[in-house]
Write a protein that binds this ligand. Structure first.
Ligand code: HEM
Length: 153
């Protein structure tokens, strides 16, 4: 029986992030993805895609850094890591926080596509990639609050 991440291999190993990785060895997606550093890498890859996406870019402020910082805190907690977002901002109320923005089904799909592309770029293997996207699909679809964006017509 492996007793440590070093023995079974895992994201903490140098070289390939996910060499000899065993999903069943991790209690949470946060750990399986590689913990704090991996969440930061993911967010750093994700937002440039959001900012380049024609459906998503118009919703976000030019200075994306504060959004990135909040997303690092939130994804950490949402994927099973420490409750960094709630410690700082209280109850997430994420659907409510998204209500000011017209989130269509197409925008939810675009958000998930950007996340998927970021996971691919970081060489996150299957089934971990699929599981992460499945986990994020719940909130993404839940945040849909309109069928169409009136300002885009
Ligand atoms: C469904 C498609 C989504 C769209 C179009 C979207 C869009 C946005 C926008 C426009 C903001 C505000 C940026 C600002 O501060 O001006 C925001 C904030 C945020 N979003 Fe999303 N989002 C989506 C899905 C998600 C999902 C699935 C998550 C997490 C699982 C998430 C987590 C966050 C967080 C943590 C913030 C910062 C909240 C705060 O102000 O404290 N979003 N999002």
């Amino acid at each position: 029986m492996p007793t440590s991440i070093e023995e079974i291999g895992g994201p903490s190993l140098p070289g390939s992030h996910y060499r000899r990785y065993h999903l069943s060895s991790y209690a949470t997606l946060y750990e399986a993805l590689g913990g704090a550093e991996a969440i930061r890498d993911l967010v750093n890859r994700f937002y440039p895609k959001v900012q380049a996406h024609p459906l998503l870019a118009p919703l976000f402020p030019e200075d994306i850094v504060p959004v990135m910082e909040k997303q690092i805190l939130f994804l950490t907690q949402f994927l099973g890591g420490p409750s960094l977002y709630s410690d700082e901002y209280g109850h997430p109320m994420m659907r409510a926080r998204h209500l000011p923005f017209p989130i269509t089904p197409e925008r939810a799909a675009a958000w998930l596509d950007c996340m998927s592309a970021a996971l691919v770029e970081l060489s996150v293997p299957e089934p971990l990639r699929k599981l992460t996207i499945e986990r994020l699909s719940g909130p993404a679809n839940h945040f849909v609050n309109t069928d169409s964006d009136p300002s885009a017509q």
